[in-house]
Design a protein around this ligand. Structure first.
Ligand code: UD1
Length: 431
């Protein structure tokens, strides 16, 4: 398995191009299953999670064309998806195990052909990750759901019908799945307490281009009037707010200045406000955000993760890495996932002073210096937190299990080297 080697101490300065958002791209890909026509998605990030979902779609019968585009010095992929008919209606264990978001095939396939079998994703490093909201909502729309041999078997032979659904939690995944299912259901579906993450607005934009009738974008109440069929469309994936936030923290932790090209400040209001509170200069430009921490007199801050527009759980680990070297105490509270402090013991191995209280809170007391160490993380964002710690630690840090980073950070070493980091990938063969 590849590793990342970092020599800490360099101040980062320059520009980083922000890629298309992984968490937007995944439901956009499965939305293509709602039609037999072509759906063309541009500004797609080059990531292993996208490749994994593409493989599953090919297994189901989708034809995929791939091209590369370079705009303003930045290369992205364009994929065209077409599923004239399904070769299989089963999403097998091996695919879902590798990539939980494979569950996004559930709503679209059930809505289009009335039957789908999906391996249950099970737990993962950050918590139990249940699917009850997805399944209960599909049942409310007239589907029968059976759990057998580790699979969800969903049936709606006579088609789905509109329903009034109130989500007990504003789940991102359930909002996407039920939105997609409702576009082809008979009659009107009303989703209350829907998630409002920008990735959902991006999905709504594509669905509307495909002919769906949806009201309530960017609100917690979505009204979908089912249509008989959807058609092909073209869409450019929105920029990744979590990647942008992660590199904003890289500027902060190295006391540097990074311009995040293509980043959307509107999508990062809460984390950017925390950085502003830390005396970091944030300039919002038409097509970029400049994060300038060169003269910042930083101090500890409390953060509490929440549903959008609250502080994103997917930036919690990275912020904690920053707090480990900022003077004063910071309280970090995780409200979304039950087990998302797996990075704490690794940061402590690098000299961080962190006290975890129960499952949800941690007090971080800033130390003068971290020191490099071999570390590993159990999830994607936690792995980036260790990269951030490595960027300021004395000496060498080796981050193991790089496959986590490859799932969600496109060309990470290239982007960080471009702003002055001393970072390289060590191929397994080199060891
Ligand atoms: C998505 C993101 C993930 C992010 C999370 C929260 C993708 C591919 N992943 O995950 O990076 O951390 O949103 O912003 O976009 N829940 C239930 N029952 C359900 C579904 C969810 O109880 O049926 C709970 C979960 O346990 C969790 C909360 O709802 O506590 C939020 O989960 P959800 O928004 O569904 O997360 P994902 O869509 O899986």
């Amino acid at each position: 398995m590849d590793k990342i080697k970092i020599r800490g101490g360099n101040q980062l300065n320059g520009k980083i191009y922000i890629s298309g958002a992984k968490n937007a791209a995944l439901p956009l890909i499965t939305a293509s299953l709602l039609t037999g026509e072509k759906v063309r998605l541009s500004n797609m990030p080059i990531l292993s999670d996208i490749r994994s979902l593409n493989k599953l779609l090919i297994e189901l019968g989708t034809e995929i064309e791939e091209t590369e585009e370079t705009k303003g010095g930045y290369t992205s992929k364009t994929y065209t998806y077409q599923t004239k008919e399904f070769k299989s209606l089963i999403a097998p264990y091996d695919y879902v195990r590798k990539m939980r978001a494979s569950y996004y095939v559930l709503g679209p396939i059930l809505a289009r052909v009335g039957h789908v079998e999906l391996s249950l994703p099970g737990g993962c490093a950050i918590g139990a990750r249940p699917m009850d909201i997805h399944l209960n909502s599909l049942e409310a729309m007239g589907a029968t759901i059976e759990i057998k041999n580790g699979y969800v078997i969903a049936d709606a032979k006579k088609g789905l019908k509109g329903a009034h659904i109130i989500f007990p939690k504003a789940s991102v995944g359930a909002t996407c799945n039920i939105l997609m299912a409702a576009t082809l259901a008979k009659g009107e579906t009303l989703i209350e307490n829907a998630a409002q993450e920008p990735e959902i607005a991006d999905l709504i934009d594509l669905l509307v281009k495909m002919g769906a009738k949806i009201e309530g974008k960017n609100t917690s109440q979505l009204k979908i009037e089912g249509v008989k069929e959807l058609h092909g469309a073209e869409h450019s994936v929105l920029p990744d707010r979590i990647e942008a936030g992660s590199y904003a923290i890289a500027a902060a932790i190295t006391k540097g200045r990074i311009e995040l090209i293509n980043a959307v400040a509107e999508h990062l209001k809460t984390p950017l406000n925390i950085l502003r509170n830390m005396d970091i200069k944030i300039t919002e430009k038409a097509n970029s955000i400049v994060v300038d921490a060169r003269n910042a007199d930083m101090s500890g801050q409390d953060i509490m993760t929440d549903y959008y527009p609250g502080f994103p759980t997917d930036l919690q680990a990275q912020f904690m890495a920053l707090m480990t070297v900022v003077p004063g105490a910071s309280m970090v509270t995780e409200n979304i996932w039950e087990n998302r402090f797996m990075h704490v013991p690794e940061l402590m191995r690098m000299g961080a002073n962190i006290n975890v209280h129960g499952h949800a809170s941690a007090i971080v007391r800033g130390v003068k210096k971290l020191s490099g160490a071999p570390v590993m993380a159990t999830d994607l964002r936690a792995s980036f937190a260790l990269v951030l710690a490595g960027l300021v630690a004395d000496g060498e840090t080796i981050v193991n299990r790089v496959y986590h980073l490859d799932r969600g950070y496109e060309r990470l070493e290239e982007k960080l080297r471009g702003v002055g980091a001393d970072i390289e990938r060590i191929k397994e063969d080199d060891f």
